[in-house]
Design a protein around this ligand. Structure first.
Ligand code: UGA
Length: 436
């Protein structure tokens, strides 16, 4: 079986590598020559645990290929997986131009019957349009069907989430398409839920938005906990024993970021509005998240007369640990505010520095100064205030005494509830977190 994968971001690359690992002959296609050259040498353009090892292994055994030549990759493929991005448009809708471009290429070059499988997150109904679009532009007399196969991997655990997924969702309109997808996934030995295409598309949004809602709900309750003297970590613990609620995604904090929840909540809100419906729950989730991101800065602003000329230690920049991704990271909103208020920011992140530098170059801005440091201690030394934005293990391991000894004034605003309030107090650290 010959598989082609369009797009080598988190979704496409990880899927391609995992299909190759299961023994398929896989060709990953991307328009970026430099990226392709890197991947041919087994170098991953993204940081994901275990990914490079699998890339190198499958490159060597000849099951994994990388190319910019889509004609060669698609022409005689049995299945073509589309994993290109669907970024957010200014109005909140999903940008489908990359999906359309790949669909057009497929239509123009396929020379045998094939199944096009859309892995990218797309608004309900998109797969119908993709199928029609491909049919409209088909050059050869072949049969092309489109299936939906949404991806549920999370960044930081992408390879594990793909090889050991909780379930595979396949959305098809014909028995042949269903059978082929089931066969492709057979070697994974995972539960398969087979539904119609539109339901599969909706399952993806419903899952992401439900998880985002869960987080916003916990953040909302956390904010109320602060007002009434309850502790959100204890509340979450008490809730977690109820199997109907579940123990995961109950962590209150600085709000969700990343390339998925912010985009997918807005996209579903937009889709509903387009159909004359207001998805009130999801709209509330988006609202809660947007204020949550800068809640700690606002709290600090009440406490400080100025940030100008102060050394501000920032621990963690990525939207979560285990990734170098900064998309929609709460750190971005906060850094803008801190620099705008004249702070001298000393930021540390074990993986995110390079990407952060593209957004906040090192040096003096009109207001504040941005500096990247290579250790937590360097960030904390002589600092007047510290913000914690990401839950990296090494940041979690900082002791109250280290804050106290290194900082000029031990004042800590923790967006991830990493430390024990009583222990911080005992050590003489003025400590603020979320919902406690
Ligand atoms: C998310 C979903 O978890 C995946 O199932 C989905 O496939 C993916 O989006 C996608 O659509 O591609 P991801 O964005 O990589 O994955 O990361 P998550 O682990 O879900 O975290 C998202 C955000 O929520 C992060 O900013 C994280 O810090 C925050 N979060 C998570 C919380 O604030 N509290 C929690 O309890 C859990």
């Amino acid at each position: 079986m010959k598989i082609a994968v369009a797009g080598t971001g988190y979704v496409g690359l990880v899927a391609g590598v995992c299909f190759a690992e299961k023994g398929y002959d896989v060709t990953c296609v991307d328009i970026d020559e430099k990226k392709i050259a890197m991947m041919r040498q087994g170098i991953s353009p993204i940081y994901e645990e275990g990914l490079e090892e699998l890339m190198q292994k499958n490159n060597e055994r000849g099951t994994l290929h990388f190319t910019t030549d889509y004609v060669d990759a698609y022409r005689d493929a049995d299945a073509i997986f589309i994993g290109v991005g669907t970024p957010e448009m200014p109005d909140g809708s999903a940008n489908l131009s990359y999906i359309a471009a790949v669909s057009r290429q497929i239509a123009e070059v396929v020379e045998k019957d094939c199944l096009v499988v859309v892995k990218s997150t797309v608004p309900v109904g998109t797969n119908d349009k993709v199928e029609q679009f491909i049919k409209d532009f088909l050059v050869h007399d072949v049969k092309v069907e489109v299936a939906s196969n949404p991806e549920f991997l999370a960044q930081g655990t992408a390879v594990h989430d793909t090889l050991y997924a909780a379930r595979i969702i396949i959305g098809t309109q014909s028995r042949e398409a269903e059978e082929l997808l089931k066969k492709i996934y057979e070697p994974f030995g995972l539960p398969i839920v087979s539904v119609k295409r539109r339901s599969a598309e909706m399952i993806k949004y419903a899952c992401n938005d439900f998880l985002a809602l869960k987080i916003s709900y916990m953040n909302d309750i956390a904010n109320l906990c602060e007002l009434v003297g309850a502790d959100i970590t204890d509340v979450a613990k008490g809730m977690s024993y109820d199997e109907r609620i579940g123990a995961r995604f109950l962590n209150a904090g600085i709000g969700f970021g990343g390339s998925c929840f912010p985009k997918d909540t807005k996209a579903l809100k937009f889709l509903a509005r387009e159909h004359g419906y207001q998805l009130k729950t999801v709209e509330a989730c988006v609202d809660v998240n947007s204020t949550q991101k800068t809640r700690l800065f606002m709290k600090a602003k009440e406490r400080m007369i100025t940030f100008s000329g102060l050394k501000v230690a920032v621990l963690g920049l990525t939207f979560k640990s285990g990734t170098d991704d900064l998309r929609e990271a709460p750190s971005i909103d906060n850094l803008k505010l801190l620099l705008g208020a004249g702070a001298d920011v000393y930021a540390y992140d074990p993986k995110g520095e390079e990407r952060a530098k593209a957004l906040f170059p090192e040096g003096k801005t009109e207001e504040g100064t941005m500096k990247y440091v290579s250790s937590i201690t360097e960030a904390l030394k002589g600092a007047n205030i510290c913000f914690v934005f990401t839950e990296w293990a090494e940041i979690k391991a900082v002791t109250p005494e280290e804050f106290k000894e290194n900082m000029h004034t031990p004042l800590v605003y923790d967006g991830r509830n990493l430390y024990h309030p009583a222990k911080m107090k005992e050590a003489g650290v003025e400590y603020y977190s979320i919902g406690r």
